[in-house]
Design a protein around this ligand. Structure first.
Ligand SMILES: Nc1ncnc2c1ncn2[C@@H]1O[C@H](COP(=O)(O)OP(=O)(O)OP(=O)(O)O)[C@@H](O)[C@H]1O
Ligand SMILES: [Mg+2]
Ligand SMILES: [Zn+2]
Length: 345
C-alpha cells in the first residue's frame, strides 16, 4: 500500500510543513520537552512523526547520542533506528488508547517509565488516540507528567483535544498537525509518483488532493486506486471520483429554475455520482469564485452570482456536507440546500 510504503521516515519527508518546522525547532533547541501533544485530523502524520521523533532522539548518529554531531535527522541505518522502524525497540513503547484506556493499562505503562533505556538515551511512550483514556487513567498519567523521569518522553496523539483534561493539556507541549493542506498533499503525491516513476498530470494531482478529506493517507489511497483502475487521465479520474459535469450545477443555480437544479441532482445520483465529492467540489468552485470576485485570483468566469449569493451557497453546502453522515439518503442534504437557496434567491 502506498500509504504504508511512503510513510515519512525522516524529518525532511514530513510533508506537513508547519508540523515539520515545529518538531525541528524543538529537536534543535537545548531543552527537549518531556511531553508532547500531537493534535490533528486522521491521516495528518501524528503517528509517523512520533516515530520519527523517537528515532531522532535515539539514533546513534544525531546530536542526542553523540555531542560531536549537530544534526537531528535520524540515519535510519543504525540498530536503534532500525529497531524503532520495525517496532522491536524496547525503548519505544506504543500504546493505542482506543483499546487500552483504563487505569490498569495506564499503570502498567507508567511502571515501564521507571526502567532506564536499554539501548538508547530516551524511552519514548507514544499514546495514540489519547483522548480515549478514562478519567482514572488520566489521573495516573498526570502524576507522572508532573514529575517525569529525566530519560522519558511522552508523545500523546489525538484527533479530539477538547476531550483531553486541561490538567494534562497544560503539561504537554502542543504540536498542531491541523488538516493536511492541498499544497502539502500535492508534495506528498509528487514524492510518490517520482519514486514510482509514473507521470501524472498536475490537474489530476489537484483533483486527488481536493478529494482526500485533507488527509495524507486518503490521498495516497486514492492515487493508488486511480493507478490500479487505470484512471490516470483527467476525464477518467473525474468520472471515477464521480464529479464529472459538476460545473453544470453551479451554472444551473446561477441561471435556471429550481426544477432544473433538482432534476440534475437526481440524474447525477442515478448515474452513480458521489454526492460527497460533488459538494466538496462545489465548495472549492465557490471558493475560487470568491477569490475571483475579490480580485485575488485573476481569472474569468461566466457565473454571475453575487458575493452574497456565493456566501449563502457556501454556508448551505457546508451544512449539507456535515449532514451527510447523519442521513440515510445522501442526496437529501444537498436537495435541502438547493431548496433553501431558491427560497430566498
Ligand atoms: N506529513 C506527512 N507527509 C507525508 N505523508 C504522510 C504524512 N503524514 C501522513 N502521511 C501518510 O499518511 C499515512 C498515515 O499517517 P499517520 O498514521 O502518521 O497519520 P495519523 O495522523 O497518525 O492518523 P490517524 O489519526 O488516523 O492515526 C502515512 O502512512 C503516510 O502515508
Ligand atoms: Mg495515528
Ligand atoms: Zn540511526
Amino acid at each position: 500500500m502506498f500509504y504504508l510504503k511512503y510513510r515519512p521516515h525522516t524529518i525532511a519527508e514530513i510533508d506537513n510543513v508547519k508540523a515539520r518546522e515545529t518538531i525541528a525547532r524543538f529537536l534543535n533547541s537545548n531543552s527537549l520537552p518531556h511531553a508532547f501533544l500531537f493534535i490533528g485530523q486522521k491521516g495528518t502524520g501524528k503517528t509517523s512523526t512520533a516515530r520519527i521523533l523517537a528515532k531522532s532522539i535515539n539514533c546513534e548518529k544525531t546530536r542526542y547520542f553523540n555531542k560531536k554531531f549537530t544534526n537531528i535527522e535520524p540515519c535510519n541505518q543504525c540498530p536503534n533506528c532500525k529497531s524503532i522502524d520495525n517496532d522491536s525497540s524496547p525503548d519505544v513503547v506504543e500504546m493505542d488508547a482506543a483499546s487500552n484506556r483504563g487505569i490498569d493499562e495506564i499503570k502498567n505503562l507508567i511502571q515501564n517509565t521507571a526502567f532506564t533505556p536499554m539501548h538508547s538515551h530516551f524511552r519514548v511512550f507514544i499514546i495514540d488516540e489519547a483522548h480515549q483514556i478514562t478519567h482514572d487513567g488520566f489521573n495516573v498519567l498526570l502524576k507522572t507528567l508532573e514529575e517525569p523521569p529525566t530519560s522519558v518522553v511522552f508523545i500523546l496523539a489525538t484527533t479530539n483535544p477538547e476531550k483531553v483534561p486541561p490538567t494534562i493539556l497544560s503539561r504537554c507541549v502542543p504540536v498542531n498537525f491541523g488538516l493536511a493542506s492541498s499544497v502539502d498533499i500535492k508534495n506528498m503525491l509528487e514524492r510518490i509518483i517520482k519514486s514510482e516513476k509514473l507521470s501524472v498530470s498536475s490537474e489530476v494531482l489537484d483533483l486527488i488532493s481536493s478529494h482526500s478529506d485533507n488527509s495524507f493517507r486518503d490521498a495516497a489511497k486514492l492515487l493508488q486506486e486511480l493507478i490500479s483502475q487505470n484512471k490516470l487521465d483527467l476525464e477518467k479520474a473525474q468520472d471515477y471520483i464521480g464529479i464529472r459535469g459538476n460545473n453544470i450545477l453551479l451554472t444551473l443555480l446561477d441561471s435556471k429554475t429550481i426544477e432544473d437544479s433538482l432534476r440534475w441532482v437526481q440524474e447525477f445520483t442515478k448515474s452513480g455520482g458521489n454526492i460527497k465529492s460533488l459538494i466538496s467540489d462545489l465548495l472549492s468552485q465557490l471558493h475560487k469564485l470568491l477569490m475571483i470576485k475579490n480580485k485575488i485570483l485573476d481569472e474569468k468566469t461566466k457565473i454571475t452570482l453575487s458575493q452574497q449569493q456565493i456566501l449563502r451557497l457556501m454556508k448551505l453546502f457546508n451544512e449539507a456536507y456535515s449532514n451527510l453522515l447523519a442521513t440515510p439518503n445522501e442526496s437529501i442534504p444537498l436537495e435541502i440546500a438547493i431548496m433553501e437557496y431558491y427560497n430566498v434567491k
